[in-house]
Design a protein. Structure first.
Lengths: 169, 203
């Protein structure tokens, strides 16, 4: 399965059941409360039963993802960051050594090719910091490869369509 | 004008390790402490005007700053105090490598650069989930006191601390820590190790 996760509506045509598109701005997703319930009480399940519980299983089951997010302080802005924080049930509490560093063990999370499309104000070193962030995500979110694309907000539909077309090649 | 105001950006602020770190820092009486909550952003923005230094205490979350803190910074950007305090950071992550905090610290530095705040000191803590309940608590307490001294003297600096353990030993210790954590909830190590996602575990 392949997944498009966006923090804003996109005008794109999806063909085939193997691609899922989720507009996070339409979902009700509360902040992670840091309770560790998904690790130590109901492992693999978030105790907050809102729309996030429909999304993180899709992230885990995807071998390719496109994340579209506004950039803020060199990171994901609120909508995408809230979802990514709520996705920690896909990991275990337990720690392993990965690429010489300590990281959480992943549950059934497919290795994935990730394309991160960032838009918004890119001033003041935001791009370089965002690229460093995604390189950290690669360790903790099981990206076997990744690309970061910076785009104007008005170009997003076209950029996403181009990336989806590559999936079809 | 007071000296240091501490804001806790942990999503579980009242029960957080960040609060425990802040308490060690606050042995000095010239500090004021607040949890960042969804409903108190503007109040906290107003309070900043009375302090020369702001210490933000928070955990690493998904490789960056927690949404709780991100949303507060966005409010602060729109509601800056008339005189801006120097911003220092105390950050902890559960990983052994304190450097895994670097990107999140640089996000705060970028906020400061974009909004005209001077960045002060930073203390990066590795193994931060468990270090306060380990024999190495004295190491982190010592570094927090150094952080406090650097801020109070305006001799800002970068500090770090983690458990002085080989990586494999740390992994074994963290496995024991989390196994005990689960046991208190009646969940076994095997149940915590499930590879299933969104599936009820039968007890």
């Amino acid at each position: 399965m392949k997944l498009i996760l966006s923090d804003r509506p996109l005008d794109i045509k999806i063909t085939g059941d193997h691609i899922r598109y989720i507009d996070l701005s339409l979902l009700k997703i509360a902040n992670c409360i840091g309770c560790f319930g998904c690790w130590t009480k109901t492992p693999g399940r978030c105790v907050i039963r809102d729309d996030a519980v429909k999304v993180y299983p899709l992230i885990a089951a995807s071998d390719a993802v496109i994340y579209v997010s506004r950039i803020k302080y060199g990171g994901y802005d609120t909508v995408m960051k809230t979802m990514l924080e709520r996705a920690i049930p896909v990991q275990q509490a337990f720690i392993q050594i990965l690429n010489g560093e300590t990281h959480h063990v992943q549950r059934n999370v497919l290795p994935k090719k990730a394309t991160i499309i960032a838009y918004g104000d890119m001033s003041g070193g935001q791009r370089k910091l965002f690229e460093r962030l995604v390189s950290r995500n690669a360790h903790n979110m099981n990206f076997e490869s990744y690309r970061v694309i910076f785009a104007d907000e008005g170009q997003l539909d076209r950029k996403v369509a181009e990336e989806v077309a590559k999936w079809e090649e | 004008m007071g000296r240091v105001i501490i804001l806790n950006g942990s999503p579980r602020a009242p029960r957080s390790n960040s609060k425990r770190y802040a308490e060690i820092f606050s042995e000095n009486p010239k500090t004021e402490y607040h949890n960042i909550a969804r409903t108190n952003h503007l109040t906290l923005c107003d309070r900043l005007a009375d302090f020369s230094d702001l210490l933000i205490v928070f955990p690493l979350y998904a490789d960056g700053i927690p949404v709780t803190l991100l949303n507060f910074l966005k409010t602060l950007e729109q509601n800056p105090p008339p005189e801006k305090p120097v911003v220092s950071v105390l950050i902890n992550c559960g990983f052994l490598e304190y450097r895994q905090n670097d990107v999140a610290v640089d996000m705060i530095k970028l906020f400061c650069k974009q909004n005209g705040y001077r960045f002060g000191s930073v203390l990066k803590i590795g193994s931060g989930e468990a270090i306060l309940d380990s024999p190495f608590k004295f190491l982190v307490a010592r570094k927090i006191r150094k952080l406090r001294a650097s801020i109070l003297s305006a001799n800002y600096r970068e500090l770090h601390v983690t458990m002085p353990l080989p990586t494999r030993t740390f992994v074994r210790a963290s496995t024991s820590y989390w196994t005990e954590y689960g046991k208190k909830n009646g969940v076994t190590k095997e149940q915590m190790s499930t590879m299933d996602i969104e599936k009820e575990i039968e007890k």
